[in-house]
Design a binder for this molecule. Sequence first.
Ligand SMILES: [Zn+2]
Length: 307
Amino acid sequence: MAPVSQWEPPAAKLAASLAESTAAAPKSLLTVGERSEWKQTGRCTDSVAYARALEKASPWVKTVSLGKSPQGRDIIATIVSKDRAFTPEAARKSGKLIVLLESCIHPGEVDGKEAGEMLLRDVVVTKKYAAWLDQAILINIPIFNVDGHEIWSGYNRINQQGPNEMGFRATAQRLNLNRDFLKADAPEMKAWLRFFTAWLPDFFIDNHVTDGADFQYDITIDTPMNQDIWANLAAWTRDRYLPALNDAMATDGHVMGPYGGFRQRGRPESGFQTLGVTPRFSNGYLAAQNRLQDPQLGPLQHHEAVH
Ligand SMILES: [Zn+2]
C-alpha cells in the first residue's frame, strides 16, 4: 500500500485479540495495563506478583530468577511447560522447541511486557493456545532491565503513545543492555548469558517499541537473514518464514513491515533502510549463538562458560 502517516491499521485499532483475552480472563489475573484501560503499566513488583499468580493458577508454570540486578532486584523468567520440564536438561529431554520471549530490555518500551503476560494467561489459564505446549516450551522474561524499569517517570518517553509513566532506557549503572551482549559489562547481562547458554532456546523474540517514528505498520520485525547466518537458514527465513508470518498478519488485518529507519535521521525524503546488526545487539547475538549452521563445518560448539 502507499505510505500514509497518522494512520493505524483498523485491526491494530480494534486490538481484538487483546480485548478477547481480557474478556475471557478471571478478574484476579488482569494486568495493570488492562485494569487501567492502558493508561498505566505495572511496576516490577506487579510482574513478579503476576508470575506468582500464574504459577498458582497452573501446574504448567514455574518462575525462576536469572539473578539479581545491581540494586538487588530479581530478574525473573516464567517457564511454561506441559511436561513440567522446568530445567534445561528436562526441556532438552522433552524434545520440544524452546521459545524465549523478552520485554523491557529498554523499559520505556513496555508494550511487550503486558502482552507477554496476557499471552501466557491465554496459554495456561483460558487455554486458547494451550495446544502450543504440545510442541513447545515457552519462557517469558517480562522485564530484563529491572533497575531501569524502576527509574520511573512521565517524561522518559514523551515522543511515544503509551502509559502515563514508564521506565528508563538504561540500567541503574547507565548501561544499555541492548549494546552489551558481547562485552557483557552489566551484571544483568552476565546473568542473562548464563541463563541463555544453559537453555539454548531455538527461537527468541525481543520486544521493543518505537521512539516515536510514525509508520503505517503496526508492527515491524528484524530477524537475521543475510550473511550473518548460514545461507540455508537465511533462505528459510527470507523465503518461507517471513512471507508466512506476513500473510498470517495480513489475514488478521495487520500491516507488518521491516524494522529500519530513515537513511538520514529526520529526513524521510532520504529513503528508508534496514540495518546491519552486530552481535552486541540481541538479534545480532542470536544470529551468532546456537543457530543452525552448515553441516560441513562440523558439530555445533556449545560453550559452557560465558565471559
Ligand atoms: Zn528498544
